[in-house]
Structure formats: structure tokens, C-alpha cells
Design a protein around this ligand. Structure first.
Ligand SMILES: Cc1ncc(COP(=O)(O)O)c(C=O)c1O
Length: 465
């Protein structure tokens, strides 16, 4: 097989990490991952080779214990608790899991909202109370239908993004009399060092009220004076896949400076800052060269910074957060079956698998790096480098630009990509009418199907003849 350079950071030796030619490091795998005596990778007590045989490929395999531990760490890391950002990965089972572990849930559309509400009916033991109260509704362009649905359900908080949305809430109040609890989303002008498409805290953003331009002050003044809503706090999310917790802490500095005169004793919104949400954004390691802070480290840094700021500025708000990626990403691996293998002499080897862009669009959207391994040979070194590509009709349908592999990968072999639990299934699309994969949760030696494989019949059901 042709050898390519490893990722830029690793090639330059800048970042301490694991040897990308060694066996797949356990730290990139779900918590319960173990290599068996036969060299097979087991997750949640299930052999990945057996799971592929039973459920087919491509297949998302989520470690239930890993998801639960992540939720518990997040809830414990913030004095006001944490909401799971459903956009990272959502299905009925995931909603039930997050709620049962004490998380609230952040939804960004009517579809996500309905999924959570329907997954957790009133009689659901996992809910232990009013589920709608534990939902936070986001969105930079919430429709009247979405706002109405949220009001009827009685969601716990609506995060307002624009003056137009304040107008809509005023109008809806005239019709139904409901007074929702509201946070205002502000953009602090702090740039997260991440891909521009997932950077949201800078002034030039479609999200939120800008602090720098004085717009956020006007929003607080207006919201505080409205009787159609109950202003209870401020929300700020500067971006996703952020490795430097200090960038997020800086956003807290800016928000505290901004909030003090408005929410302090003499301010127009005095006593209204019950809650400050710092959003999500904690980065995760996707490849051998990367290291990321843990959920607990992230929570500790932000909580102690906020405690100091709250003391300094006389603000009493509890700090909450909305992690998505940090909970779901490393909890899953995707299993694929290798098909065509094409050698371009002197250039590289392409290994095509039975999925691709449709189950993981992140490489194509953001140029994201992933790594790979063979579940049946998980303890072996990976000296070869191949380009792992999908089966969609796009040259850009690349899953791993330079995938380390044991020698001798052949058509029909099982290949896996780790850290695929966030923004893979949820952002995927059935391009070329290739249905989306099935999803299983594993634990205690059992696998349960939580999303069945999308079929051509599912797609044809939408066609009107
Ligand atoms: C408002 C908001 N909260 C939370 C999140 C979750 O971010 P992450 O998955 O990086 O934790 C996002 C992601 O885009 C977001 O926009």
C-alpha cells in the first residue's frame, strides 16, 4: 500500500499524542472498549464483528455506558446542571437516556422538540416529571409553528435570537396568554479557534444579539419591559469543537461585564439573571495527534471563573451548559465493509466502503480528520496508509484522508472509524438514495437497535406518483 504523510500536526511533531502507526489507542474508543484475546474489538461486551454480521453495515455502535457517564459528568460539572445538545445525535432512545441521567435537552427545531416530547410521554419512567419543562428551545429563525408548539407543550426555556422573535412572542401572547421563560442569546465578539462554519461567537454572525454593537443592551431593555415573556437569563455559545477552555472563559468575562449594569440592582433587568448558559463547544480528540480537555476539566474552569465573576459583579446567576459533541462523539464507532480497493501507483491506495458522506459529512463540510482501524485486528499496528472513501458520487466523499491500517486489508474486511457519535448520523443525508445506517446501543453484552436502517421503501414513501 502507498504511504502518505500522517496528519500535519503529527508529521511536524508539534502535538504530543499516540503513534498513528500503532494499534488504535483506547482513548479514542468508547469507555468500555476492550481488545479480546483474538484481537477483536468489543464494546459494551459485544464483539464488533458479530454486530456487523447481525445488523449489517454501515452501522453506528454507541456505548451506552459511555453516553451515561458523559451525561453524569456534565450535570455534575455545572451548578445549574446541563442540557444535552440534541443536534449532536438524537433519537428516541438518546432523548430518554439523557433525561434519565438528569440532563435537560436543548433542541433547535420543531422536529427535535417533537422527538423529545414523543419519546418521553407523561407515563415514561425516565422522565420523572414534566419533560417539556426540561427542554430548551433554540433556533435563529424559529417559525410561528415551532414557537406555538413550544408554548403549548410548556417548554422550560426559549432562547431568543432576534428582535423579530420578540415580536412573534408578543403576538402569540396576545392569542394564547402564555408567558414563556426566556434567555437572550448574545454574541460576545469572542472568536473560537475552530472552523469558521462552527464559530458563532464573533460579531459577524447570524446568531444572537451583538454585545459589541450595543444591540444586546437594547434587547435586554426591551425584553425586561415585556409582559409577554419572563426574562430569566442570558445565553452565549461561541462555537463548537473548541479545544481552549480559556476561549470559553473569556466569553464569560465579556458576558459578566455586559450583564452587570443591566441585571444589577439599579439596572433595567434587575434580579432577572437567574441563569447564564455558556452553550456547548467543548472539543474532542478525533485523531491520534489530538488531546482535548475532559468534561470535568471544562466544567471546573468555567464554574470557578463564573463564581469569581459573579462575586465581583454581584450577579447571582447559576451557570449551565449545553454539551453535545463531548457527550456523544467518542461514544460511537461506525462500522463499514470494505469493497473496491484501487491502487494509484506511486500516489495512494483508495479503499471504498459501503457508506461515506451520507453518514459522516464532516470531512466534506469542514475538512475534518478521522482515523480508522480494523475491528477484527484491533490490537495490531497500522503501518499502511490508505484513503478511506465512500460510495457517493462525489470526489470529495472522503471519510479519512490518510487512514492507518494493518497490512493486507482486503475487500470484504470490516473497517471502523472511531469518534463518530456526534454530527454524523444527525447531519447525514440519503444522497444517491443510499439509506442512512442503522444505530445500535450496546451494553452488558447486549445490543439493541435504536434506529433501523433507512430503506428505499422509506424514501419512496415520500414520492407522490
Ligand atoms: C446553541 C448551541 N448550544 C450547544 C451546542 C452544542 O455544541 P457542541 O456539540 O460543540 O457541544 C451548539 C452547537 O452548535 C449550539 O449551537
Amino acid at each position: 500500500m502507498t504511504t502518505e504523510p500522517h496528519s500535519a500536526a503529527a508529521a511536524e511533531g508539534e502535538v504530543p499524542g499516540d503513534d498513528p502507526s500503532g494499534p488504535i489507542p483506547l482513548r479514542l474508543l468508547p469507555d468500555t472498549a476492550r481488545v479480546s484475546g483474538h484481537g477483536h474489538l468489543h464494546i459494551g461486551g459485544c464483539d464488533l464483528v458479530d454486530l456487523a454480521a447481525e445488523f449489517g453495515t454501515p452501522l453506528f455502535v454507541y456505548d451506552e455506558a459511555h453516553l451515561r457517564a458523559g451525561c453524569r459528568k456534565a450535570v455534575g460539572a455545572f451548578d445549574g446542571g446541563a442540557a444535552y445538545a440534541a443536534k449532536a445525535f438524537l433519537c428516541a432512545a438518546m432523548a430518554r437516556l439523557a433525561i434519565s441521567e438528569g440532563m435537560d435537552i436543548d433542541v433547535a427545531s420543531g422536529g427535535e422538540l417533537q422527538t423529545v416530547l414523543r419519546a418521553l410521554g407523561d407515563d415514561d419512567a425516565a422522565a420523572d416529571g414534566d419533560v417539556a419543562q426540561r427542554v430548551v428551545l433554540h433556533g435563529n429563525n424559529k417559525s410561528v409553528a415551532e414557537l406555538t408548539m413550544a408554548r403549548e407543550a410548556g417548554v422550560g426555556r426559549i432562547v431568543v435570537d432576534s428582535f423579530a422573535e420578540l415580536d412573534r412572542l408578543d403576538e402569540l401572547h396576545r392569542a394564547d396568554g402564555a408567558v414563556p421563560r426566556v434567555l437572550l442569546r448574545v454574541t460576545p465578539g469572542v472568536r473560537a479557534e475552530t472552523h469558521e462554519y462552527i464559530s458563532t461567537g464573533q460579531a459577524d454572525s447570524k446568531f444572537g444579539f451583538g454585545i459589541g454593537q450595543g444591540v444586546a443592551i437594547a434587547a435586554v431593555e426591551r425584553a425586561a419591559a415585556m409582559s409577554s415573556i419572563e426574562l430569566v437569563g442570558i445565553h452565549c455559545h461561541i462555537g463548537s469543537q473548541v479545544f481552549r477552555v480559556e476561549s470559553l472563559a473569556k466569553a464569560l468575562d465579556v458576558v459578566a461585564e455586559f450583564a452587570a449594569p443591566l441585571f444589577g440592582e439599579a439596572g433595567p433587568a434587575a434580579g432577572r439573571l437567574e441563569e447564564l448558559s455558556i452553550g456547548g463547544g467543548l472539543g474532542v480528540a478525533y485523531v491520534e495527534s489530538e488531546q482535548a480537555p475532559t468534561i470535568t476539566e471544562w466544567g471546573d474552569v468555567l464554574s470557578s471563573r463564573w463564581a469569581a465573576l459573579a462575586r465581583q459583579h454581584g450577579l447571582g446567576a447559576r451557570l449551565v451548559a449545553e454539551p453535545g459533541r463531548a457527550i456523544a462523539a467518542a461514544a460511537a464507532v461506525t462500522l463499514y465493509t470494505a469493497g473496491s480497493i484501487k491502487e494509484v501507483p506511486g500516489v495512494r491506495t483508495y479503499v471504498a466502503v459501503d457508506g461515506g458522506y451520507g453518514d459522516n459529512p464532516r470531512p466534506m463540510l469542514y475538512g475534518s480528520d478521522y482515523t480508522a482501524f480494523m475491528p477484527a485486528r484491533a490490537g495490531e499496528p497500522r503501518p499502511d496508509r490508505v484513503r478511506l472513501v465512500g460510495k457517493h458520487c462525489e470526489s470529495g466523499d472522503v471519510i479519512v484522508r490518510s487512514a492507518p491500517m494493518p497490512a493486507g486489508l482486503a475487500p470484504g474486511d470490516l473497517v471502523a472509524t472511531p469518534v463518530t457519535g456526534a454530527y454524523g448520523y444527525s447531519m447525514g443525508a440519503p444522497y444517491n438514495r443510499i439509506g442512512r445506517p442503522a444505530v445500535v446501543f450496546v451494553g452488558g453484552g447486549d445490543a439493541r437497535l435504536v434506529i433501523r436502517r433507512e430503506t428505499v421503501d422509506d424514501m419512496l414513501a415520500l414520492d407522490v406518483r
